[in-house]
Design a binder for this molecule. Structure first.
Ligand code: HC1
Ligand code: SF4
Length: 560
């Protein structure tokens, strides 16, 4: 076993990729801005400097651990150095912390407090750059950027998109889309993963909180919430629960306390998606057309295909995503049952995702300018609203979902983890009650083959858009062949959505996914086609899967 010394204590190490990982494993939390274990090492922020026995200062993130090394992590010199680095960053930083979107969750503010920065000797920021709020999903404030490059590497290395990068040099250096364009003018897919790794308020999620409060305070509006699968296994993290603990009935209770009239489950709409998409898939299979079928639940993935692979647009399932199906049947069918006009029904989607905000704004997903989904709150926005409303989480009593759209099967629940959509469709195609565990887990690409009526169906599952691009290239070249492909833009699927509480490392995402499979195991029904409320919706309104009504209200088209 190899060892080195940290602050005079012997510490064993094996395959840790750098000194920083060894130090953190030894229980010492060295500060960093630009280090993320899932991104390449940048080594720019200099916060993780340590001192070796010769007195050299070295960046722990970019130094491999070596046998016999002796380092110190908190000498007087290092403390002074870190404080100075913070002071220099703060001197160039817009410091309106009290009104910042990252207030309460800002690493810069936390470290300045923890490291005892009490004055900034190097002046105050003078030159302010314009804020870019052109995106439906995120807001970029360059005045709060500390040039750590986390967003740049996330967009490039994990999402394979690369629409933001460094421009200019020295004091003029900024992170910006090419040619200083706004985000809405480049091929940003709204995944929000850049905001999830941003340590400050330089990239934040666009808030829908105020408009939801407005609707809740409007007596003419019937305000209806739907809760996405992945929200329930992450929401509790903000209140001290472990990732993966299910909190859906506490969320229902909180929403009711805030004044929501009805609370339904997006998992019901996910069950409906399985039926429509399963039907569409079998039709394509029979005709041998537009295969592989690509799932279409993830709006960032849909936009990615629209921007980059228009020749594959016909491969996308024409099904709207579950939360948009929900908005559509709520406003076009249920509003009539309630005797309320669609304008007076206000649908709020509670989602782990930022791209759902942009999806809800798509013109085709509404009627005459009235959207099917009026507002999208991320898990984090809902947490903020719960606090704003003075609701004490530990005092909440569980409440059930409302009916009829609060009933779901395990098939709808597992949508929130990578592989879940494919597994739910396969369960229904198979018609048994088996689980299909081959497509579970956090590997970038998962494959499975199932046999239906003597015919082999090849399924692939990818998450993270870089993985999706690699797969599309292989499909294009003919080197691989599949019948169905599930793609989710965020690492881990929706459980790793950018609207979830941070930080979402691989381990956290896996725990959340496990939480969804645990709920699935407890569910009475495993297959979406067994959902009695779905059967009722077909009997009362839709007719049969793939019917004209179903196509009009539950399907969509894409833009080349
Ligand atoms: Fe998802 Fe979906 S699973 S896309 O990840 O298909 O956001 O959770 O709500 O719409 O159901 C997200 C999650 C979510 C949709 C469903
Ligand atoms: Fe890149 Fe996604 Fe951020 Fe857009 S939202 S800049 S695609 S990481």
């Amino acid at each position: 076993m190899k060892t080195l010394k940290i602050n005079g204590r012997e510490v064993a190490f094996s395959d840790e990729k750098n000194l920083l990982e060894v130090i953190r494993k030894a229980g010492i939390e060295l500060p960093t801005f630009c280090y993320h274990s899932e991104l390449s090492t940048y080594g720019a922020c200099r916060m993780c400097l340590v001192e070796d026995k010769r007195g050299n200062l070295i960046a722990a993130c970019s130094t491999p651990p070596r046998e016999g090394m002796e380092i110190k992590t908190h000498t007087k010199r290092l403390l002074k150095q870190r404080r100075m680095t913070l002071e220099l960053i703060l001197a160039e930083h817009d410091r309106d912390c009290t009104t910042c979107g990252k207030n309460g969750d800002c690493k810069l503010r936390k470290l300045s407090h923890d490291l005892g920065v009490e004055e900034i000797r190097f002046g105050t920021k003078e030159n302010y750059l314009p804020i870019d709020d052109s995106s439906e999903a995120i807001v970029r404030n360059p005045n709060k950027c500390i040039l750590c490059g986390d967003c740049v590497r996330m967009c490039e290395e994990v999402q394979g998109i690369g629409v933001i990068g460094f421009a200019h040099r020295g004091a003029k250096a900024v992170v910006t889309p090419a040619f200083n364009k706004n985000l809405c003018e480049v091929e940003c897919v709204d995944c929000g993963q850049c905001s999830a790794v941003c340590p400050t308020g330089a990239i934040v999620v666009k808030s829908h909180i105020d408009k939801v409060w407005d609707a809740l305070n409007d007596d003419n509006k019937v305000v209806i919430a739907q809760i996405a699968p992945a929200v329930r296994v992450a929401f509790g993290e903000a209140f001290g629960l472990r990732p993966g603990e299910s909190t859906e009935y506490l969320i229902v209770s909180a929403l009711k306390a805030m004044g929501f009239d009805m609370v339904f489950d997006t998992c019901f709409a996910a069950d409906l998606t399985v039926i429509e998409e399963g039907h569409e898939f079998l039709e394509r299979l029979e005709k041998g057309e537009n295969l592989p079928l690509f799932t279409s639940c993830c709006p960032a993935w849909v936009k990615f295909v629209e921007f980059n692979y228009p020749s594959f647009l016909n491969n996308l399932s024409s099904c709207r995503s579950p939360h948009q199906m929900f908005g559509s049947f709520t406003k076009n069918y249920y509003a009539k049952e309630l005797g309320v006009s669609r304008e007076n029904v206000y649908v709020v989607s509670i989602m782990p995702c930022t791209a759902k905000k942009a999806e809800a704004a798509r013109e085709e997903l509404g009627v005459d300018g009235n959207p099917d989904v009026d507002a999208v709150l991320t898990t984090r926005e809902l947490i903020r609203m719960v606090r704003e409303a003075g609701i004490v989480f530990k005092d909440l009593k569980e409440e059930p979902f409302d009916m009829p759209f609060g009933f779901s099967t395990g098939g709808g629940i597992i949508f929130g983890a990578t592989g879940g959509v494919a597994e739910a469709v396969v369960r229904t195609l198979d018609g048994g009650h088996r689980r299909f565990e081959q497509v579970r887990g956090s590997e970038g690409l998962k494959e499975a083959t199932i046999v239906k009526d003597g015919k082999e169906i090849r399924v692939a599952v990818v998450h993270g858009l870089k993985n999706a691009r690699e797969l599309l290239e292989k499909i294009k070249s003919g080197s691989v062949k599949y019948d169905m492909v599930e793609v989710m833009a965020c690492p881990g699927g929706c459980v790793g959505g950018a609207g979830q509480p941070s930080p979402a490392s691989t381990g956290v995402r896996e725990e959340r996914a496990k939480g969804l499979y645990n709920i699935d195991n407890r569910m009475q029904l495993a297959r979406s086609d067994e959902n009695p409320m779905i059967k009722m919706l077909y009997e009362k309104w839709l007719g049969s899967p793939g019917s004209e009504v179903a196509h009009k209200y539950l399907h969509t088209h894409y833009r080349p």
